[in-house]
Design a protein around this ligand. Structure first.
Ligand code: HEC
Length: 194
């Protein structure tokens, strides 16, 4: 072997060894810990209709673009937690007539030849069940799909507010973190119910 080849071979072997070590260590940690590697801030409790909706969601191939209930792809938006943002009615309207409902230009949902054009043509009954399923996917406060910020005090959020909030906003809007705390103290806090 030439010197250059030896160096190249050495670098590749080094990278392979590092990768194997990384993989082994991470897998070992994952298997021996009951804690998830990052907090999961979405949850779901399916109603009867929601369960049926989930089946139709799977048959409808939505997971080729979406992630929900912890599986699927990330080509489209993640649907976990979205039920805390919108209600059944919105989901039904969106599935039926996405371009009118979305409030922005759609990429995949809408008229042919968009890739998810078939969705609006699914039977009404199925779209309704899917809408119920989607509304069952809830988010806890602090999740990216929740309107509420994380619970508890956060010096980071305080600092960001100080830095970015335009002057007029303080008199115009209320900081809901105060009201969340009192609701919680009263034991009435329900995240995401409309
Ligand atoms: C070809 C990829 C693709 C398929 C298949 C697909 N979607 Fe989507 N979906 C998207 C994209 C991309 C968006 C973002 C809106 C857009 O650009 O169309 C989206 C947005 C959504 C939203 C969010 C609406 C909102 O206001 O936030 C919901 C709900 C949704 N899809 C449900 C479904 C369901 C249910 C199915 C199956 C019946 C499905 N999608 C199939 C790509 C897809």
């Amino acid at each position: 072997m030439k010197k250059g080849e030896k160096i190249l071979f050495g670098i590749v072997a080094f990278l392979v060894v590092i990768t194997v070590i990384n993989f082994t260590v991470l897998e070992t940690i994952r298997h021996h810990s009951d804690k998830p590697m990052y907090p999961i801030l979405t949850h779901f409790v399916f109603s009867e209709e929601g369960k049926k909706g989930y089946e139709i969601y799977q048959q409808g191939g939505c997971y080729t673009c979406h992630r929900a209930v912890g599986s699927g792809t990330s080509m489209g938006v993640s649907l976990d937690g979205l039920g805390s943002k919108h209600d059944v009615n919105y989901f039904y309207q969106f599935l039926k007539d996405p371009e009118k409902t979305y409030g922005a230009k759609t990429l995949d949902h809408g008229a042919k030849p968009k890739d998810a054009a078939y969705v609006s043509g699914m039977p009404d009954k199925d779209l309704h069940l899917i809408a119920v399923f989607l509304s069952d996917l809830k988010a806890e406060s602090g999740s990216s799909s929740a309107y509420e910020p994380p619970k508890g005090e956060s010096s980071f959020i305080d600092a960001m507010l100080d830095m970015w909030v335009p002057d007029g906003w303080r008199s115009q809007f209320k900081d809901i973190r105060g009201s969340m705390k009192t609701k919680e103290e009263e034991g009435k806090h329900e995240s995401g119910t409309k």
